[in-house]
Design a binder for this molecule. Structure first.
Ligand code: AMP
Ligand code: MG
Length: 355
């Protein structure tokens, strides 16, 4: 009798295991170049393929709103009408990005400023005409920069740039915005696990990886040429992450590194002491992808000390900042969350305590 019952239990267990095996789904993955970056979308679930296809189309659609090389994009229209006094009606997406950007321009005293475009164009970093501008060119470009000269009209979802020659550059925010949009599409398709990866600089790690573990995100070592060399590993589960670094786009002249994150207040690449900034937002943070994207750029400009102080005031947000002395400044639980930290780095300490 007992033997029979054991055999029956074993058969039941075997059937259950086989069923679980049948239900196991593998990750669907697709990569493409959109928003000027290598986008890789991974999703698991019955509708993974459909979710990924719709997400890619959505990112392309966002690109068409923010791309200055697309003549009828929102940002092109803003530049074309700069200084004319005309209000430019915008897509809700562009309006939202600009409204949040202005909020953070105010909060960071202009460290984050989407009107930096004339300076971005002048430096040309990441293009084949990158150069150190003359002081005259710099002061001319700087006159056309200033977040207070970008006006928004909430009632009509329109905006205008008050001075001729002005422009907006959404390169420090659009990828994060796109991450949030893909996240919403995944939710609509019932995707519980996946990785939304825009050029490794803006990501969302949904649920768990194929092994049932948190996604392991490698943070790039800011001073190794090989992009595979890591500064640390960060396990993520239902969190958004962005990274900004001076290694992403730069050129060197006379022993100085000129990179793509500009300090709108000086007109020069930010020389705040930071080499890289990584920020994570908990799932409860609204627009977490967009916020982490904004914050990495802003904190890079503010520098490790001011930047870390700023981050500590943000709910659900934690960050890691590396400085030129290979010190790692952390906020929230980041110091304990980071794994396999490269021995090149040591945690910044004040009175024996981590930040
Ligand atoms: P990220 O790589 O997210 O830090 O964004 C950098 C990109 O944002 C640059 O390539 C520029 O297009 C733009 N950008 C540069 N400096 C700033 C700034 N201070 N505020 C806002 N956007 C910026
Ligand atoms: Mg950014």
């Amino acid at each position: 009798m007992l033997v029979k019952r054991i055999v029956r239990s074993c058969i039941l267990l075997l059937v259950l295991c086989l069923c679980a095996g049948c239900g196991e789904q593998s990750d669907v993955k697709r990569s493409d170049i959109v928003l000027d970056t290598a986008v890789t979308l991974t999703a698991r679930g019955e509708d993974a393929q459909a979710a990924i296809d719709e997400s890619m189309a959505r990112i392309r659609n966002i690109d068409n709103m923010v791309n200055p090389n697309v003549p009828d994009s929102d940002v092109s229209k803003l530049s074309q009408n700069a200084g004319t006094g005309k209000w430019v009606p915008l897509q809700p997406e562009t309006y939202k990005m600009l409204a949040v950007a202005q909020d953070y321009a105010r909060k960071t005293n202009g460290a984050f400023d989407v009107t930096t475009k004339p300076l971005v164009d002048l430096w040309g970093i990441g293009t084949d005409h990158a150069k150190v501008p003359t002081p005259a060119e710099l002061s001319e470009a700087q006159k056309k920069v200033g977040w207070q000269k970008l006006e928004l009209n909430e009632g009509t979802h329109s905006a205008r740039l008050v001075q001729k020659g002005m422009g907006v550059d959404l390169g420090g925010i659009a990828k994060g915005f796109a991450v949030d949009e893909v996240r919403k599409i995944y939710a609509r398709y019932g995707i519980k696990d996946g990785l939304i990866n825009l050029g490794s600089s803006s990501m969302y790690a949904l649920g768990v990886n194929q092994e049932g573990q948190p996604w392991r995100i490698g943070l790039r070592h800011p001073r190794k040429e090989d992009a595979q060399e890591k500064m640390a590993i960060l396990p993520l589960e239902n969190e958004a992450l962005s990274t900004s670094g001076d290694y992403e786009r730069f050129f060197e002249a006379n022993g100085t590194r000129y990179h793509h994150i500009l300090d709108p207040r000086t007109g020069w690449p930010a020389m705040s002491g930071a080499m890289s900034v990584t920020i994570v937002a908990a799932d409860r943070v609204k627009d977490g992808g967009m916020l982490t994207d904004i914050l990495t750029t802003a904190v890079f400009v503010l520098g490790p000390e001011q930047g870390a102080r700023f981050l500590r005031g943000q709910d659900g947000i934690e960050g890691a900042i590396t400085d030129g002395r290979y010190q790692l400044w952390t906020t929230g639980n980041m110091a304990t969350d980071l794994l396999e930290v490269s021995p090149d780095f040591h945690f910044w300490q004040e009175s024996g305590e981590n930040l």
